[in-house]
Design a protein around this ligand. Structure first.
Ligand code: AKG
Ligand code: MN
Length: 202
């Protein structure tokens, strides 16, 4: 891994404030990314959670789980995720991401998009327990993932193609001023997996 191989994408927050997305396209080499994808799919105890939409209970279009300190949990969209302890193979990634970014991460929401019909809709990772300026580092595995961003006020859009083994850091203010999503992809049968590392007060 070459830590200098990083791209910085400047983003406007408000008229006065700017932030950035930092992107490491070659974060993991191909064999490491392949091995991590296989481990993640087979070793993560995947949950299929349900949400209420206009009075109907439907499964979210992806599998997921939440890792962090024992006896803690994370709730979003009415789904309460009790934290599982980081397995060693995932903790190694968490530590490497901390070293490269210079930020602490002690939680991870892990997503498994089984095929192109899976997705996550527009949202921001702005739950109060993530603090006032959450930083989110996202490690991508599997089929290329088109990560889309949309500014809350100006509706400006950005899209970053996230290849197998890449890492993306959303900087301070991104969760307040922008939303993001991973759209469905027609005809895609290959899986996409991502680890979104976050920080919460222990
Ligand atoms: O898969 C992605 O890149 C998006 C995941 C995401 O936004 C989340 O877990 O909050
Ligand atoms: Mn998110």
């Amino acid at each position: 891994m070459d830590l200098f191989d990083q791209q910085i994408i400047p983003v406007q927050l408000t008229d006065k404030r700017k932030s950035e997305i930092i992107f490491w396209p070659n974060w993991l080499d191909r064999p490491s990314a392949d091995a991590l994808l296989a481990t993640a799919i087979s070793q993560t105890p995947w949950r299929e959670d349900m949400i209420n939409i206009v009075g109907r209970r439907i499964p979210i279009p992806r599998l997921q789980n939440w890792f962090g300190a024992q006896n803690t949990s994370y709730t979003y969209s009415g789904i309460r995720l009790q934290a599982l302890e980081f397995p060693d193979w995932m903790d190694k990634q968490r530590i490497a991401v901390e070293r490269a970014t210079g930020y602490r991460f002690n939680r991870a929401l892990v997503n498994y998009y089984r095929h192109g019909r899976d997705s996550v809709d527009w949202h921001a990772d702005n739950e109060p327990e993530l603090g006032t300026e959450p930083l989110v580092a996202s490690l991508s595995l599997g089929a290329e993932r088109v990560f889309q961003l949309r500014h809350n006020k100006t509706k400006e859009r950005l899209a970053v193609s996230l290849p197998h083994g890449s890492l993306l850091l959303m900087g301070a203010g991104m969760q307040e001023h922008w939303q993001h999503r991973l759209a469905k992809v027609a005809g895609l049968e290959q899986p996409r997996v991502n680890f979104t590392f976050r920080y919460m007060e222990p």
